[in-house]
Design a protein around this ligand. Sequence first.
Ligand code: SAM
Length: 268
Amino acid sequence: MADIIPVDDPADPRLSDFTDLTDVELRRRREPAEGLFVAEGEKVIRRAAQAGYPMRSMLLSEKWLPVMRDVLDQVRAPAYVMSPEAAEQVTGYHVHRGALASMGRTPLPEPGALLATARRVVIMEAVNDHTNIGAVFRSAAALGMDGVLLSPSCADPLYRRSVKVSMGAVFSVPYARLGTWPGGLKPVREAGFRLLAFTPDEDAVPLDDIGAHRLPRVALLLGAEGDGLSARAMRAADDRVRIPMAHGVDSLNVGAAAAVAFYAATRT
Ligand SMILES: C[S@@+](CC[C@H](N)C(=O)[O-])C[C@H]1O[C@@H](n2cnc3c(N)ncnc32)[C@H](O)[C@@H]1O
């Protein structure tokens, strides 16, 4: 059962997991180094706890105590109760969703372990926008993808914004980080996956012609806003695939492209 602790002073050192949440650069460095991430809002906190992440502490206002009661009953962690105004001084913003939880990170699986049981995976190259990472995970969960592989320079799926946008899907879809790029694609192909590089290029094969849902094992490669997939990643793939577009649009947002690609790969 959580220890409910009223706190008045925003400078209280026990609140350090929740300080300066709006300083993206600081939090990007601090959170992996300190082995924590921040879950925000009732649903996301509940999903993180259900997924087995250990709770370090919670920060919430008094009116959220009854809402979070079931979670608080199940964890052994301090729950700091503050006024919304004092909490804002700690975090740097008004916490609309009323409750924050600092969760401990758990070790990521090795790519090989993830691939052993997967048939349909997505591989992101250098996607460093937390909103896009969250959107891709949300679609991956909703459309039944088996896992996510990240190139070494992809942003952290457990950063608060990614967690929030994914609605907690980062906890339910297994993911791993490739150690090298694009060298890390070789074992994916050796495991029997066909590598499809998604690109808006006109000379790529239209998605419908690939029949991705008929392939026994398929890996869908997606690139970042701006640069898209690198030439090296494209060369390492088996096919270059495009989602046909209309009205002179030159590309889809990667989250939208992901949803279309996942549907094509998973429909039966
Ligand atoms: C905003 S796009 C990048 C645009 C970039 N200028 C390019 O040419 O790839 C981000 C990623 O979404 C995917 N994507 C976007 N539109 C696509 C389309 N029409 N067909 C296939 N993939 C697409 C690709 O993986 C791309 O790397």
